[in-house]
Design a protein around this ligand. Structure first.
Ligand SMILES: [Zn+2]
Length: 352
């Protein structure tokens, strides 16, 4: 009996490049989305892209509405849901670096409406994924949400974002190496389902980014092109897998734990990058490829040490020894690291 089945949800229109923000209406009308558009942004994304999107809809007689949210929270998700119901919105657009997009995809999921992602920074792969993450108290919730029907990533806009957001996006991609290793390990040890296609795509995405490191430079619009394409590709790998496994392993658990311990810590991508140096060491040992991970991060100017993250050594060790408790996801951390082993891993790799 053959009983396997899969359901892959991908964005239908992925529009990337110089000035593509001007093609928002085309990308949306091609999806047969109808009714009033609700544009969700936060203050800076509103200025750099949100108001332009709203104007385009006005010019075409769509009668758009806009809501500018101040913070990523469940309250903000509820605000968007209430506003969308009030104006009887037909579909949603999330315009932002991550916060507004996460909130929009969660609201869209609740409302049962289509959602379009318009990233203004290439800072993490949430811009294309079907998962949203919102902080609450001292923790972050990652919840299933509506994946985007379309992604409109204007490299002219992305290139204007603070450079550290771009290097964070790069580091999030470089961490795919260890995420795939963790996934393969979980497959061998725990019989977790492994998708060859998704694993290979995720790895290849990281390889291509590392090979392009020379073209990833502040002030070069091409950098945004390279990074956002990698983020889309990584998102596609997650869609094929039907989970975040291709792009999220122990290095992500480490970062989530840092978020709990230091709520205003470093950027997500920067934290997972440093995490992946150490988890690569755990996979392959002292003579293994952890130096490649560190060198790739250093080449694009992402942090490689606790110091550069602005997080103290003790917190790094605490996060390493407790990261396995975060969620039921088997990784190289197994049932947890001892403090001595964590200090050894962080010291050998130069993280502390
Ligand atoms: Zn990530």
């Amino acid at each position: 009996m053959f009983e396997k089945r899969t359901w892959i949800r991908l964005p239908r229109n992925v529009v990337v490049g110089h000035g593509v923000l001007g093609q928002t209406i085309e990308a949306v009308s091609e999806l047969h989305l109808t009714g009033r558009p609700l544009v969700v942004s936060s203050p800076t994304p509103h200025d750099v892209a949100g108001k332009q999107v709203v104007e385009q809809f006005e010019d075409e007689g769509y009668n758009p509405s806009e809501i500018v949210i101040d913070e990523a929270s469940f309250d903000a998700v509820q605000q968007v849901i209430d506003h969308a119901s009030e104006i009887d919105a037909g579909f949603l657009l999330g315009v932002g670096g991550g916060k507004a997009i996460d909130i929009t995809k969660m609201a869209a999921d609740d409302l049962g409406l289509g959602f379009v992602s318009v990233p203004t920074a290439a800072s993490h792969d949430g811009i294309v994924s079907g998962r949203g993450s919102v902080p609450e108290g001292d923790t972050r919730h990652s919840v299933a949400a509506e994946p985007p029907l379309a992604v409109i990533a204007d490299t002219e806009v992305l290139a204007e974002a603070p450079w550290r957001l771009t290097t964070a996006g790069c580091a999030d991609i470089i961490s795919n190496y260890t995420a795939v290793r963790d996934w393969q390990l979980a497959h061998r040890l725990k019989n977790v389902h492994y998708s060859e296609y998704a694993g290979a795509l995720s790895q290849m995405t990281a390889e291509m980014l590392v090979e392009s490191a020379d073209s990833i430079k502040q002030g070069l619009e091409e950098s945004s092109w390279i990074v956002v394409k990698a983020l889309v590709s990584s998102g596609v790998a997650m869609s094929i897998a039907g989970s975040s496994r291709p792009a999220s392993g122990a290095e992500h658990l480490f970062s989530h734990q840092l978020d709990r311990l230091v709520p205003d810590g470093a950027l997500h991508g920067h934290q997972v990058g440093v995490g992946s140096i150490m988890t690569e060491y755990l996979h392959s040992g002292q003579k293994g490829q952890w130096k490649d991970a560190r060198d790739a991060l250093a080449a694009i100017g992402a942090p490689t040490t606790a110091d550069e993250l602005g997080i103290d050594d003790e917190t790094v060790i605490e996060a390493l020894t407790t990261a396995h408790q975060i969620r039921d996801r088997y990784t190289v951390l197994g049932d947890g690291m001892s403090e001595e082993a964590a200090i050894e891993a962080a010291t050998v790799t130069g993280v502390i």
